[in-house]
Design a protein around this ligand. Sequence first.
Ligand SMILES: [Zn+2]
Length: 304
Amino acid sequence: MSFVEISPGLFMIDAHMFGAPENLSTYVIPEPVPTLIEPGPTTCHAAVRRGLDAMGIDDIAQIAVTHIHLDHAGGTGHLLQVFPKAKVYVHSVGAPHLHNPEKLLRSANRIYGEEGMQSLWGSMLPIATAALIPVEEGDRIPIGSHRWLEVMYTPGHAKHHISLVDSESNIVMIGDSAGITFPEMDIVHPILPPPDINVESLIANFERYRQQKPFALAFSHFGLKTNVDHILEESEHRLRLWAGIAQTNKEKTPEQVGRLISHANLADLKAHGHSHKHIQRIHDRTDYSSGAQGLLRYVHTHAV
Ligand SMILES: [Zn+2]
């Protein structure tokens, strides 16, 4: 099954990132104004289109992205070639980079190399300014006259990161704020790439999510969690554990700090009784070195 209705009128397509299931959730509200959240990278374009086809959707009028990183927004330009009238909602700080993705692509190229870029993300097409609708905290993305997505400005993972609250279901689409998880596990690993990571902002986001008393948190990586308080506690616990290690070892290299985090994290997961299978699965999808780089940059630029 390539799509599932997670709440009345709100659907999730498995975008098959990295060619495998359960790596990226694309959310769709088909009516009355067909709206898609998180188109994913260009390499997911075919899977997203298949999902839309399976749902019987032949037009998309609005696309929203929680932030502009390639795994969330990279494929937006390609989607616009298919749905040329669609508007793209993105935080005002991120909007210029979707119009001119050169800087974004240059820094991604440095990290992944040209080959890695092609196999992981694919190309990224610039988006005309006329198609972009910059949003801020408190804005509403209307989906017809009775439903909307409320914008929460939630920096911390990236300084242009937003979360979206579906007015109908009170489900919050949290992008990468809380990290990565998989169905059937309560482990959440922070996603902490340089250069914008801000631990305090991330923790402040968690409090805002709690206050919203959402029906569920909709992760980009991957799926829905209804045990909101428990999941946020888990994410905060792991974030503080990792950040503490970066703080204590801030003179070491990112590789060394990444290894220390990885070891301490594994021990902590085992101590909390998580199954070997779950631990292995999320461990394999975690980039500790990138997380260490993000955290080291944070501890060196913020007095704690
Ligand atoms: Zn992501």
